[in-house]
Design a protein. Structure first.
Length: 211
C-alpha cells in the first residue's frame, strides 16, 4: 500500500497542533518537527555539544539544555548566529525525520503527516512533500491565542508573527486550507479534517517524493 507524505503548516496560534491530533485520530503517522528540534537541544541532545563549542557555555543551562531565552536574544540581534544555530540543528532534525518516516512506511502507514511550522519558508520541504495542508486564521485571533497561551505581550507576539511567513505566502503553497478562525468550532474543525482524510485516502495525487 502506498504511503503518502503530507505537509501540515500554519502560523503560530493557528491551531495546527489540534488539527494534527485530529488527523492522528484518522490513522495519520505524525512527525512533529518542532518536538524533534526541541529534543536535540534538550539535556543530552545531539545538538548540545556543537552549540556549546560554537556559542559558549553561557548558552547552556545548568541542567545541560539549551538556554532558549539567551539564544533567542542572540539570534534576534545577530542574523549570523541564527544561521550558525540552524546549521547545527537542522541536519540533526532532518536525520530524525527521515528515520521516523522510514519507520512509518515499514509499519504500513497510509499517511505520514509532517508538522512543519516553517514549511512555507523552506524550499527543501516543498519539493519533498506530495501535498501541503495549511491551517489558517486571522492575525488578531493568532495574537489573542498566543498572548493567552504563552503569557506574552502583544508586541512580542506581533514580533514572532512578523518573523514567520505571511498568510499569503502560506496560501500560495497550500493544496488545502483548514479554516480555524475565532468563530470556528471544534465540530467544524473536525468536519474539515474528516473531509480531507477521505480525500487523501481516495484521490490524493503524487507531486513529489518523501524526504
Amino acid at each position: 500500500m502506498q504511503t503518502w507524505h503530507i505537509g501540515l503548516t500554519g502560523g503560530i496560534g493557528s491551531g495546527k497542533s489540534t488539527v494534527a491530533e485530529l488527523f492522528q485520530q484518522h490513522g495519520a503517522f505524525l512527525i512533529d518537527a518542532d518536538a524533534i528540534s526541541r529534543a536535540t537541544t534538550a539535556a543530552g541532545g545531539a545538538a548540545i555539544t556543537p552549540i556549546r563549542e560554537t556559542f559558549g557555555e553561557r548558552f547552556i543551562q545548568p541542567d545541560g539544555a539549551l538556554d532558549r531565552n539567551a539564544m533567542r536574544e542572540l539570534v534576534f540581534a545577530q542574523p549570523d548566529a541564527k544561521r550558525q544555530l540552524e546549521a547545527i540543528v537542522h541536519p540533526l532534525v532532518l536525520q530524525q525525520i527521515r528515520a521516523s518516516a522510514a519507520q512509518a512506511v515499514q509499519q504500513g502507514a497510509r499517511m505520514v503527516l509532517y508538522d512543519i511550522p516553517l514549511l512555507a519558508e523552506s524550499a527543501h520541504w516543498r519539493k519533498r512533500l506530495q501535498q501541503v495542508i495549511v491551517v489558517d486564521c486571522d492575525t488578531d485571533t493568532q495574537i489573542a491565542r498566543v498572548m493567552r497561551r504563552n503569557q506574552l505581550t502583544r508586541e512580542a507576539v506581533e514580533g514572532i508573527i512578523a518573523s514567520q511567513a505571511t498568510r499569503q505566502q502560506r496560501h500560495a503553497i497550500a493544496d488545502a486550507v483548514v479554516q480555524n478562525g475565532a468563530t470556528t468550532t471544534l465540530e467544524s474543525l473536525r468536519a474539515q479534517v474528516e473531509a480531507l482524510a477521505r480525500h487523501f485516502h481516495l484521490i490524493i495525487g503524487c507531486k513529489g517524493n518523501a524526504a
